[in-house]
Design a protein around this ligand. Structure first.
Ligand code: URA
Length: 429
């Protein structure tokens, strides 16, 4: 079988390399055999590279995604009586939207099952942020997750090992073979996990700009359309917003600092850009769930904050515990007076990462207290010498490399920047 399997894999690699469309059976066999360890990494690497260059036809992509879902458990959320709706973000700098959105949408009457990840590279992960809260646990069993969802209406936790295990293996392989940046591979990776999660509705926040995975709007649009198509075909009501990510979202970038900003937003004291993106996504989620409610009211009347506190406590966290504070703080000041025209999201993300807020390899620890506070944002006036960024770290030796990342991050000029919308496009099935 092993020898025969190797020959079949070579045939399929050749076929994809030469542009032949693979059949559903061939794709199902490839994904199942790779997950079971019957196809070696070198053969799968070659196939992934062939997919990278040749793409996947719509039927191939559907079969590929379905095979990844079928590689593990599909959660059954049937015990949850409320309509279920989730959000996925492709990741951005200062993107703490999930921390606000899940309790907000739950407080409006939907159930939000959010399986999230840890950060890798310059964008942070939702679980890393919440792990800054003393006692909070990301690792819940499926039964625990459903229990929190039923009692609190929202849960944010790590995806279990049984959820789309094919994606776990394939993503690790893509990471070391230069095959991450492929729209069909990204779309099938994200959507297989969301379909397996069992949610009925899904809103995708596809971020566009230099702080995002997708820097060009055409690629972001294609990714969003591909994911919306996959979700809809799998019976998940799916919509997407393309949102701007060329400056950090809100003022805080890191872990504990982002939790603090999320809580302020739930108290009705959030920065306008974070509030606007969160409300736009909340409205999409509530529409998919068939709920007619005004999420803006829940941000100011304390109901969303109450949900957040209950969700944190249900996962072992103490919502009143002081968050870790960095031992060392430095500031980056304005070189001249004028309007702050640009604050580069990618540079700020890298700076926070180098301060210890993010990880280079997935097994690295992160510092809960490290991060960057944007004391001024584009569109605000600054005076020469005024602090624009506050850098926080536990380890003083990290400041120098963090500052290097920020060398060209700040642009000050005589005119304010042109106003640009935060929500660029809406894509529905
Ligand atoms: N996030 C995922 O889950 N998968 C990808 O392929 C890229 C980003």
């Amino acid at each position: 079988m092993a020898e025969a399997g190797r020959h079949v894999a070579v045939e399929l690699i050749r076929a994809k390399r030469d542009g032949r469309t693979l059949t559903g059976d061939e794709i199902r066999w490839l994904i199942a055999a790779y997950t079971a360890g019957d196809i070696a990494d070198e053969q799968m690497s070659a196939l992934l590279m062939a997919v990278f260059f040749r793409g996947l036809a719509p039927a191939e992509l559907r079969a590929w995604t379905a095979a990844m879902v079928a590689s593990g458990e599909r959660l059954d959320l049937g015990a949850v009586s409320l309509p279920t709706v989730d959000k996925h973000s492709t990741g951005g700098v200062g993107d703490k939207v999930s921390l606000v959105l899940a309790p907000l949408v739950a407080s409006c009457g939907a159930a939000v099952p959010q399986l999230s990840g840890r950060g890798l590279g310059h964008t942070g992960g939702t679980l890393d942020k919440l792990e800054a809260i003393p006692g909070w646990r990301a690792g819940l069993s499926a039964a625990e997750m459903i229990a929190v969802l039923r009692s609190e209406g929202c849960v944010i936790c790590a995806a279990g090992a049984d959820l789309a295990p094919a994606d776990r293996k394939l993503y690790a392989l893509r990471d070391v073979t230069g095959t991450v940046e492929s729209i069909p591979l990204i779309a099938s990776s994200i959507m297989s996990k969301k379909i397996a999660e069992g949610t009925s509705g899904l809103v995708l926040d596809v971020k566009v700009g230099n702080g995002a995975f997708m820097t060009e709007i055409t690629a972001a649009r294609l990714l969003a359309q591909t994911m919306v198509g996959l979700g809809t075909e799998a019976g998940v009501r799916t919509a997407a917003l393309l949102t701007r990510m060329d400056i950090p979202l809100g003022r805080a970038v890191g872990n504990a600092v982002e939790v603090e900003e999320a809580v302020a937003t739930l108290r009705g004291e959030g920065p306008p850009d974070l509030v606007a993106v969160t409300l736009a996504l909340a409205r999409e989620m509530l529409a998919l769930a068939g709920i007619d409610a005004d999420p803006a009211a829940a941000l100011t009347d304390g109901t969303a904050l109450d949900r957040y506190r209950r969700m944190i406590a249900a996962q072992g966290g103490d919502p009143d515990a002081p968050l870790p504070r960095a031992r060392h703080v430095e500031q980056v000041t304005a070189a001249s007076s004028g309007w702050l025209r640009r604050l580069d999201a990618f540079a700020v993300g890298v700076a926070a990462w180098r301060l210890g807020a993010g990880r280079a390899r997935k097994e690295d620890p992160v510092s809960a207290a490290a991060g960057v506070l944007c004391l001024a944002k584009p569109g605000e006036r600054v005076e020469a010498g005024q602090p624009v960024l506050e850098l926080r770290a536990d380890d003083e030796s990290r400041f120098a490399r963090s500052r290097e990342a920020l060398a060209n991050a700040i642009e000050i000029g005589p005119e304010p920047p042109a106003a640009a919308p935060l929500v660029l496009e809406r894509i529905t099935g």
